[in-house]
Design a protein around this ligand. Structure first.
Ligand SMILES: Nc1nc2c(ncn2[C@@H]2O[C@H](COP(=O)(O)OP(=O)(O)OP(=O)(O)O)[C@@H](O)[C@H]2O)c(=O)[nH]1
Length: 223
C-alpha cells in the first residue's frame, strides 16, 4: 500500500541500506502481538506485512508462538517492530499468556465472515486486561474484508465495538494487503510518540490518525 502520509516501511525488516555499517539499524523497538481466534488470518496478516505476499492454500494452524522483525520508518525515525504471531487455538493459550506482559501493542483480529470470531472479541479483551500491561496499545481489525460476498459482520458492528472499548478499528485483508501496512504504521507512530523522542511534536491520537487515513484511502482509492 502507498499513500500513508509521512510514513514508509522498509521491506526487508533489517537495517535499511542507507545506514552506515556500524550505526544501529533502528532508533526504537516495540513488541507487537497478533491475537484472535484460530483461522482469522493472523499468520497471513504478518506475512503480508513482512513479505508483501499472501499465503494461499491449505490452512496450517500456528503451533505455540513465532515472531518476525520488520523496521518501519515513521517521520524519519526507524522503529523496529518485533511482531509475535500467536496460535489462536485454545490449547495454546497458556503459552501465549506468558508473552502478553512485555508487549507494547496488540492487534486483535476477527474474521468478517465468521460470527464466532467476532463474538469472542469481548473474551479476548477480558484476557488482555488480565495479562497485558495496562497502557498497552490495542487495535481491533476485521480481517478478510476481500470476502464481501461471505460477510456476516457489518463494518458498523466492528466500529461500534471498537468505540465501546475506546480502541482504533480497521477492516483489513491479508489477501489484498488492504490496510495491513496502515495498521502497523499507526502502531509504530504511537510507540514513537510514547517514547517521547520529539517532545515538541503535537500530541498524537492513534484513533484520530487511523480515522484520517481511512478517509484518505476511501477518498483516493489507494488500497
Ligand atoms: N480471503 C482471505 N483469506 C484469508 C485472509 N487471511 C487469511 N486467510 C485464510 O484464512 C486461513 C487462516 O489463515 P491463518 O493466517 O493461518 O490464520 P491464523 O489466525 O494465523 O490461525 P491460527 O494460527 O490457528 O491462530 C488460511 O486459509 C488463509 O489463506 C484474508 O484476508 N482474506
Amino acid at each position: 500500500m502507498t499513500g500513508t502520509a509521512g510514513v514508509t516501511a522498509t521491506r526487508d525488516g533489517e537495517a535499511p541500506n542507507r545506514s552506515p555499517p556500524c550505526s544501529p539499524s533502528y532508533d526504537l523497538t516495540g513488541k507487537v502481538m497478533l491475537l484472535g481466534d484460530s483461522g482469522v488470518g493472523k499468520t497471513c496478516f504478518l506475512i503480508q506485512f513482512k513479505d508483501g505476499a499472501f499465503l494461499s492454500g491449505a490452512f496450517i494452524a500456528t503451533v505455540g508462538i513465532d515472531f518476525r522483525n520488520k523496521v518501519v520508518t515513521v517521520d524519519g525515525m526507524r522503529v523496529k517492530l518485533q511482531i509475535w504471531d500467536t496460535a489462536g487455538q485454545e490449547r495454546f493459550r497458556s503459552v501465549t499468556h506468558a508473552y502478553y506482559r512485555d508487549a507494547q501493542a496488540l492487534l486483535l483480529l476477527y474474521d468478517i465472515t465468521n460470527k464466532a470470531s467476532f463474538d469472542n472479541i469481548r473474551a479476548w479483551l477480558t484476557e488482555i486486561h488480565e495479562y497485558a500491561q495496562r497502557d498497552v496499545v490495542i487495535m481491533l481489525l476485521g480481517n478478510k474484508a476481500d470476502m464481501s460476498s461471505e460477510r456476516v459482520i457489518r463494518s458498523e458492528d466492528g466500529e461500534t465495538l471498537a468505540r465501546e472499548y475506546g480502541v482504533p478499528f480497521l477492516e483489513t485483508s491479508a489477501k489484498t494487503g488492504m490496510n495491513v501496512e496502515l495498521a502497523f504504521l499507526a502502531i509504530a507512530k504511537e510507540l514513537k510518540y510514547r517514547a517521547g523522542q520529539s517532545a515538541d511534536e503535537p500530541s498524537f491520537q492513534i484513533r484520530d490518525y487511523v480515522e484520517s487515513q481511512k478517509k484518505r484511502s476511501s477518498c483516493c482509492s489507494f488500497v
